[in-house]
Design a protein. Sequence first.
Length: 168
Amino acid sequence: MQQLVASDLQLKNDGSDCAAIIHAFVNSGYNLREACASLDGVFAFVMADEHNIYIGRDPLGVRPLFYGFSGSGALVVGSEVKCIEQLCDRIDYFPPGCAAVVPIRSRTRSIAVQSYYTTPCVADRFLSMPNAQDLIREVLVKSVEKRLMGNRQFGFMLSGGLDSSLIA
């Protein structure tokens, strides 16, 4: 996301990668689906202007997001069910890889959720074991590198499980 922060748009960057969401939104011509598709990372966000509420969630659903409507019809959004359960009659799970634009003045008690991501499914039946091992290593290294590119401090804990053993 830091690559988006360094784009042409001059917004304050106080060290938070959240600014990348606004950059992506503006750089996409205020097209929410295109903005979400351009983000490379895990996210769940709600932002608003004077006319609309914009909601987006990462393709794999790593960051949770729930929504519902209050008795008066107001939209309620939260990252945990317990945050909003007292305010809503019914709570729905905002789906991964989706975005929604909700008019502020709308009292429809529904959201038009639109998908911006489709999980690719490509099977290569002719991949040899050595090639498969190389591919897994390459993907794993890229994944770790991507997560270490931020401007935050990080730590690493070894639990002895498969994932930490592979990374270490």
